[in-house]
Design a protein around this ligand. Structure first.
Ligand code: PMP
Length: 377
């Protein structure tokens, strides 16, 4: 038969997550760490590869060694930790287990797109509680949605990607007190915000905290993330997860990075310094409105954002994230905090682009005026 049966109808109007795999000299689009693994970690990793990783064997399904390290550092038992193929896999596992047809997830857009995508893929209903103009969670609307809709999952990115906004701990506690839904606090940018809901786990068995090795730990290319949660939550997730999703190499690299985590501290501090320079630099541009950020990226609003995105890429080989078509983020771009040099080059490029736009606008006005003159003649 020369035909293909269509997949589930729910996929028809779903758009794939667009990671924008565009080549650029400076990639500030995916909130990665601009630095590769520190040399000392790379060397240890190379030794392990040479001498003791049996690549012919399936990996430990639960990444026991890494799980124990993470548990110990967080004052928990290994049973409270789940390691996944990036935080992305764990988000899907949670929605597979707590979502599904007939169940509901509360989402607070604009936020990380995967929550909604995974909800739709699994037939989970999405209840949207939009953030306000400053991208803060609307506490009243959130509590009303929890009371009226009785959701099964509430997910909150904290700090929020792509806005950089933190949600007050008091509101999160109020939320945890009001619902038995699984509350996923996504702390993918925890190492930059240095704020965590970890102290509230004992009192709230429905609190789950997501972290990742993709940002502060320079391991986006290997895919490793972890969840801190009640042992019952972890146990349920092991029923839906892919058993061998975290490969041996990743388990070894993530364990080394985690054990040596103090080595990454200098990079985190450098990122925070560069974030301040980036925010100040953007704030000096009169055409730009920059939003405060607690993460390793900065969101800003500028007229003709999509054109500026193109100019950054084509004229300066700098890739940032164009969010201008996302509802609530009209005219917004998100830029990852790069190295000092990358931040300088980005700010300089923005200056040049805005100056050119400014000049051509004046030129444009004159040109129009001249045309009128010509027509008058
Ligand atoms: N949560 C948030 C808020 C993120 O921004 C990201 C990465 N962009 C993730 C989770 C997933 O990260 P990873 O799969 O690389 O661990």
């Amino acid at each position: 038969m020369e035909r293909l049966r269509p997949p589930r109808a729910e996929l028809a109007d779903l758009v794939a997550y667009d990671a924008k795999d565009v080549r650029a000299e400076i990639n500030l689009s995916a909130n990665e760490n601009p630095r590769n693994l520190p040399g000392e970690v790379l060397e240890k990793l190379a030794d392990r590869v040479r001498f003791d990783i049996p690549f012919n064997r399936y990996p430990d399904p639960l990444a026991t060694r890494l799980r124990e390290l993470i548990a110990q550092a967080n004052g928990l038992d290994a049973a409270n930790v789940l390691v996944g193929n990036g935080g992305d896999e764990i988000i899907l596992d949670i929605i597979l287990a707590w979502g599904g047809p007939g169940r509901k997830l509360v989402d607070m857009p604009p936020t990380f797109a995967m929550y909604e995508i995974d909800a739709r893929v699994t037939g989970t209903r999405v209840v949207e509680v939009p953030r306000n103009a400053e991208f803060e969670v609307d506490g009243e609307a959130l509590m009303a949605a929890v009371a009226d809709q009785d959701p099964d999952i509430v997910v909150i990115s904290n700090p929020n990607n792509p806005t950089g906004t933190m949600t007050a701990e008091t509101l999160l506690i109020e939320l945890l007190n009001a619902t038995d839904a699984l509350v996923l606090v996504d702390e993918a940018y925890f190492e930059f915000s240095r704020q965590t809901m970890r102290p509230h786990m004992e009192r709230h068995p429905n609190l789950a905290i997501l972290r990742t090795f993709s940002k502060a730990f320079s391991l986006a290319g290997l895919r490793a993330g972890y969840l801190l949660a009640h042992a019952d939550v972890v146990r349920e997730l092991t029923k839906v997860r892919q058993p061998y999703s975290v490969n041996r190499f990743t388990q070894v690299a993530a364990s080394l990075a985690f054990r040596e985590r103090m080595v990454f501290e200098a990079g985190v501090r450098e990122t925070m310094r560069n974030r301040d320079r980036l925010v100040h630099g953007l704030a000096e541009m009169s055409e730009v409105a920059v939003f405060p950020s607690e993460a390793n990226f900065v969101l800003f609003r500028v007229e003709q954002a999509a054109a500026i995105w193109r100019d950054l890429l084509h004229d300066h080989s700098i890739l940032v994230r164009d969010l201008s078509r996302t509802p609530g983020l009209e005219d917004c771009l998100r830029v990852t905090v790069g190295t000092e040099e990358e931040v300088d080059r980005f700010l300089q490029a923005m200056d040049e682009i805005l100056a050119r736009k400014h000049a051509s606008r004046h030129f444009g006005v004159n040109a129009t005026a001249n045309r009128h003159l010509e027509q008058d003649r």
